[in-house]
Design a protein around this ligand. Structure first.
Ligand SMILES: N[C@@H](CCC(=O)N[C@@H](CS)C(=O)NCC(=O)O)C(=O)O
Length: 209
């Protein structure tokens, strides 16, 4: 399997952490989403993609993680297969990945517009949506993991969200504001799967022209 994308993307990283967690072997193609060659891998020109045996390519972290859960089997799958537990994990994932979308929208807005053409109303809205999700997620966080003793995909995805904010949008995740998510993030970053997937210094979006 070949995972396409850079680890500074929280979506790529959540897939990579999941691959490590399941001890699934994979190679990497560190092509940036903004590289012109990306269209040959993913017609939407986004990351992550996972090229699986038989030349099939999967797109979107949710679809990829669903495939990895199937490979891991129902006992080990980090998203429970059915019932209340599944619904609760999926709800956290909806908020956490939505928060990733909003954080990335702000980062892109600042990256692709000069200071005087930035859509301030839009970025204010994105930041409000992001903090709304973080407040809710923080208020419902368990200990030691999000759902208590059971480690789930919610932990991986929240760890990757916090990691992205610490890297690219620090003002959205200041120390002390979300203490439960901060503690969860520290626990996640201490895991081998997170250590193995830390973004390298040369993994970043194209520099501002
Ligand atoms: N829903 C997608 C979101 C993926 C996504 O937003 N990827 C970003 C990188 S963090 C990307 O490829 N951005 C380039 C673009 O959209 O033009 C997923 O879960 O994989």
């Amino acid at each position: 399997m070949i995972l396409v994308g850079q680890f500074d993307s929280p979506f790529v990283r959540r897939v990579a952490v999941t691959l490590h967690h399941y001890h699934l072997r994979f190679e990497r193609n560190r092509l940036s989403a903004f590289h012109p060659g990306m269209v040959e891998i993913n017609p939407l020109m986004r990351v992550p993609s996972l090229i699986i045996d038989g030349d099939e390519t999967l797109y979107d972290s949710n679809a990829i993680i669903d495939y990895l859960d199937e490979l891991a089997g129902p006992q080990k799958a980090l998203i429970p297969r059915s019932g209340d537990e599944r619904r609760r994990v999926l709800q956290v994932l909806a908020l956490a990945t939505g928060a990733m979308d909003k954080a990335i929208a702000v980062v892109y807005e600042r990256r692709f517009h000069s200071a005087h053409t930035i859509a301030h109303e839009w970025t204010v809205r994105c930041m409000a949506q992001l903090s709304g999700a973080l407040v809710h997620l923080d208020a419902h966080a368990g200990d030691p993991w999000y759902f208590g003793r059971k480690f789930t995909q919610a932990d991986i995805t929240l760890g990757c969200l916090a990691g992205y904010l610490n890297l690219r949008l620090t003002e959205a995740f200041p120390p002390g504001l979300y203490p439960n998510l901060e503690r969860l993030n520290e626990r996640c970053e201490a895991l081998d799967a997170f250590i193995e997937t830390r973004p390298a210094p040369d993994e970043f979006m194209p520099a501002k022209p």
